[in-house]
Design a protein around this ligand. Structure first.
Ligand code: ADP
Length: 470
């Protein structure tokens, strides 16, 4: 762990962990967006893989990036080193906005920032010797003389725990762990300052994961490297990262010092993600939150808070505050089912079915009601709304039914983005505009959640909406 991490809890961080003036900051990311343009079938609707993120990376630190598959981690990592082009926003490395670079300036800058990929098998060319693979970036940049290149590569093989003799061997002669060491050596050839590690040990046997992690930590210390560490294995993240950013549907939901975030998550999404880690001591008490459903498509993200459609701590409208938790959960499930159908109707297979003149097959709204509310006592006020929604759905207008249910049972979580949207329009702002996250601890940890608007702790029993999930 870097010295920076040990200092993160100081009072000066109290103001803002992403302070613009912080001289320790190497990378400043502001309102970064990376969209993949849609094709004909979706009428050009882009996939919003990264949808407006702002954060800093300090020199010498390891920032972890976690979140479910498909939430945009790789896209963010790739955009930071310009393997993907940003759709909007800024990425400043030591003050230079690298999204504006092109041609030789970009090529020159690229030496500073490299990436280690998850799968060492597909990232190494089996027809080249180890020496050629590791030397290639030096050849591309026409670095010194061929003799000096060879010498440099052999030293690098030493550095990553391989042998100089391996220079003339081929990738297939090495184990998975050794191949990842080769990938790391190649990454180091141009002496970068910043490395994106994209699931660097996920494809390796558990027994060699620790060796590669140790190597990465040693290299960081030796060369003063700064890492963005993308991983789904949260125990590895806890071990290696100084700070962690938790991503959901292209947004950062919470970012802050690792230990603090793991031991006392502020955001319901972080809480859910962490509660999925198996507990070594089965008798240990743990608040468990199980997530319902699957993340929405980044092509059609929900309005309001990105997590609102799955959040177990979604704020209820005041008139339903005292509604039975079980019934509230079923109402949420109903809306999720209807949303899922709405989404499915947009899927490629259904478009094709439509083109072929076939109807997609769904259960009727009455079957869904029987399944969800058959055993429930439903208060008359709720029943009236359900009846109206069923009427609309039976008439083929499920979207209107969904809207009706949303208007009645929806809340601030779905209607508005958590704080800050207003400030984003402030043309007089001197600093780059940041989403107004809530600072939830003296270290400057930030979280994106409507629950922080009041001082209510979302984990208090009266705030957790589905008590089966605790
Ligand atoms: P993660 O690394 O968290 O698994 P990714 O960044 O790979 O997430 O993907 C984020 C979203 O962007 C996903 O919905 C994925 O399908 C989509 N995506 C990734 N790469 C492309 C691409 N080249 N073209 C279109 N969509 C993409």
């Amino acid at each position: 762990m870097s010295q920076n991490a040990l200092e993160t809890g100081t009072a000066e961080a109290d103001v803002d962990v992403d302070s613009h003036q912080d001289s320790d900051v190497m990378v400043e990311v502001r309102d970064l967006r990376t969209y993949y343009e849609g094709d004909g079938l979706f009428g050009g609707t882009p996939v919003k893989a990264v949808d407006g993120v702002s954060f800093d990376i300090k020199r010498g630190e390891t920032l972890g990036l976690v979140g479910e598959s498909g939430c945009g981690k790789s896209t963010l990592g790739r955009t930071l080193i310009q393997l993907e082009s940003a759709t909007g926003g800024e990425i400043r490395f030591d003050g230079t906005d690298i999204t504006m670079l092109s041609g030789t300036d970009l090529k020159e800058w690229r030496r500073n920032a490299q990436m280690v990929f998850q799968d060492p098998d597909s990232s190494l060319n089996d027809r080249m010797t180890i020496g050629e693979i590791v030397r290639e970036p030096l050849d591309v940049h026409d670095w010194k003389t061929p003799r000096e290149r060879r010498q440099h590569v052999k030293e690098l093989l030493d550095t990553v725990g391989l042998q100089r003799e391996h220079y003339y061997r081929y990738p297939h002669q090495f184990s998975g762990g050794q191949r990842q060491r080769i990938g790391i050596a190649r990454t180091l050839t141009l002496e970068p300052e910043f490395i994106v590690l994209d699931e660097p040990v996920s494809a390796l046997d558990v027994s060699v994961q620790a060796e590669v992690i140790n190597l990465l930590e040693d290299l960081q210390e030796e060369f003063g490297l700064t890492y963005l560490f993308i991983a789904h294995d949260l125990s590895v993240v806890r071990h290696i990262c100084d700070r962690v950013a938790v991503m959901y549907l292209g947004n950062i939901m919470e970012i802050g010092p690792t230990e603090e975030l793991f031991s006392n998550p502020a955001n319901p999404y972080t809480h859910s993600l962490l509660s999925a880690i198996p507990e070594p001591d089965p008798t240990a008490h743990k608040d468990r939150i199980t997530l319902q459903g699957t993340p929405p498509s980044p092509r059609f993200p929900p309005s309001g808070c990105p997590f609102s459609t799955r959040c177990p701590a979604r704020i209820r409208p005041p008139e339903y505050q005292d509604l039975d938790n079980e019934l509230w959960h079923q109402l949420d499930t109903l809306r999720e089912v209807l949303r899922e159908r709405d989404r499915t109707e947009k899927s490629v297979t259904d478009r094709i079915r439509e083109l072929l003149g076939k109807e997609p097959h769904f259960g009727t709204i009455d079957e869904i009601y029987a399944e969800l509310f058959g055993d429930q006592a439903v208060p008359p006020a709720v029943e009236d709304v359900l009846d109206d929604a069923a009427e609309l759905a039976r008439g083929g207008n499920e979207r209107a039914a969904l809207d009706l249910l949303g208007a009645e049972f929806g809340s601030v979580c779905e209607g508005h983005e958590p704080d800050g949207a207003a400030e984003a329009d402030d043309a007089d702002a001197e600093e780059p505009v940041e989403p107004d996250y809530h600072v939830v601890s003296p270290s400057g940890r930030r979280s994106l959640c409507h629950r922080h608007d009041s001082d209510a702790d979302y984990r208090k029993p009266e705030h957790v909406l589905d008590d089966r999930h605790r």
